[in-house]
Structures are given as C-alpha cells and as structure tokens.
Design a protein around this ligand. Structure first.
Ligand SMILES: [Zn+2]
Ligand SMILES: [Zn+2]
Length: 267
C-alpha cells in the first residue's frame, strides 16, 4: 500500500482521500435524509435545493481550486514535503497549531471580509448563505473567492506554518476529520441531543450531558439562521476567535446587553 502511494505525488493522495471521505460521508447524510433514519436528530428542515443541484459547484471548487492549490503548496515546498513519518507528539502539536491557525484565518476572512455589506454579494458569500445548513455537502457550496478564503487558506496556510512533514497518514487524518466537521455542521443533524437527553444522576449520565456541547452542530446553524453570529467554523473548531470576541451565538446577547447595543432579529 505504502509503496503504491509513493508512485503518486502526496498532495494527490491526500486530495483523493479527502474526496472519498467528503463524498462518502455526504452520501451517508443524504441516505439519512432520503430514508428518514435518525430523524430524531434532524433539527432543521431538509434543504429545499436538491442534492444534485448542489453537487456540481462543490465538485468544481474541489477539482479546479483545491487540487491545484495543494499541488502548488507541494511544488513550492510549503506543505506535503519533508519527513515521511512524524512522531505522535509532533502530530499532536501540529494538530493544535493547525486548529488554532485555521480558526484565526477562517474567522478573519469570514467576518472581516466576506460579511462586509459591500463585499457579501461581490465576493459571493451570499451564494453559501443561500443554503440553510441542512444538506451536508453544501459545506463547500460557495463562490470561488469564498472557497479560497474560507476553505483553502484556513487549511493550507497553517499547514505551511506547522510543517508536519510528508506523513501520509497524518495528512489523511487531517482532511478526513476536517471533511466530517464541515459536512456534519451543514447536515441539519445534531447528535448532541442524544447526550443532552441522557437521564439519571450517575457519573456517566452527568458526563454525557457535560460532553453534549462538544458534539453540537448548533453554532454554524445559528450563523446561517442569523447571519451575524458564530463566524468560526462550528463543529470541531476551537471557536477561539468567536469566544474571545464574543461573537459566539450564545455570548452575543450578553455582550450586547452589557454594551447597550440594540438586539437584532432572532435574539
Ligand atoms: Zn455554512
Ligand atoms: Zn457567513
């Protein structure tokens, strides 16, 4: 397996793994919608736009923007190069660095650029907001500029900074978990409800209820519904910028009350 992987450039292998994960998990969520399974966790109505209407733009972004960008970073020696095996400690530190870097870059572009009233339509962030975060693959349904700013840069810039070598399994882990996070928060399902509703007062039940927010997909759903809260990537993200700047959906009302800002619709 590993010798076969050596015959193709690493960025191609990693991109292909991401495509398998993204579209495999996306189809699983589609199957849940189509069959009505796990409906008890579906918190938002099914996306009005059909899956096959959303798919072409997603594929275009992934094939014509993401793949060349990953190739460029490898060609420039900025990512997917170096040691073929990294230690667990290096992997863990790299994941922390990538997670924090992702949050900062994504938040800066999302809140600071894409949501500026004069740029919302011009740069096409309105395309992504035409969906309601209830069809998993709509995570990458966005204009080209938006895709570069909110998907490619938050992934590749921190990766270039942390290095992380050319360890194929590390890179595959990063892209598959990243794919799951984006798909889940746009799926309309919220599996944290299973933990939230755990009954009883035993340690296990209390721990399950405490863990529920970590599994919640609500933050990004609130972003789609209200438009001016939770700019960090939702599930799986540290939401550090949202927390520090008090733009997280559950912190906004208290911040506004304290500063005397008027509440907006939906609060
Ligand atoms: Zn979204
Ligand atoms: Zn937005």
């Amino acid at each position: 397996m590993t010798s076969f992987l050596h015959t193709i450039p690493l960025f191609v292998t990693v991109w292909a793994a991401q495509m398998v994960a993204y579209h495999g998990i996306g189809l699983w969520f589609y199957w849940l919608d189509a069959t009505g399974r796990l409906q008890r966790f579906k918190t938002r109505p099914v996306e009005r736009r059909p899956y096959l209407d959303i798919l072409p733009r997603v594929l275009a972004n992934q094939v014509f923007l993401l793949l060349p960008a990953m190739g460029l970073f490898q060609w420039l020696g900025l990512a997917f190069v170096g040691r073929e095996h990294i230690s667990l400690l290096t992997a863990a530190l790299s994941l922390v660095g990538m997670s924090l870097g992702h949050d900062v870059v994504q938040y800066a572009f999302h809140r600071g650029v894409m949501h500026r009233p004069t740029l919302m339509n011009r740069l096409g962030h309105a395309v992504h907001h035409s969906t309601s975060a209830s069809c998993s693959i709509s995570a990458c349904y966005m204009s080209g500029a938006d895709f570069v700013a909110e998907i490619i840069c938050p992934y590749l810039l921190p990766l270039a900074l942390v290095g992380a070598g050319a360890d194929v399994w590390f890179h595959i882990f990063v892209v598959t978990t990243g794919a799951f996070g984006g798909l889940y928060e746009h799926s309309g399902y919220d599996f944290s409800l299973a933990l939230e509703k755990t009954g009883g007062e035993g340690i296990g039940a209390r721990l399950a209820r405490k863990m529920a927010p970590a599994l919640s997909s609500r933050a990004h759903a609130e972003h789609h519904a209200r438009g001016n809260v939770s700019f960090s990537d939702g599930f799986g993200s540290s939401s550090l910028c949202d927390t520090i700047l008090k733009t997280r959906w559950d912190l906004v009302r208290a911040r506004r009350r304290r500063s005397g800002e008027p509440a907006t619709a939906g609060e």
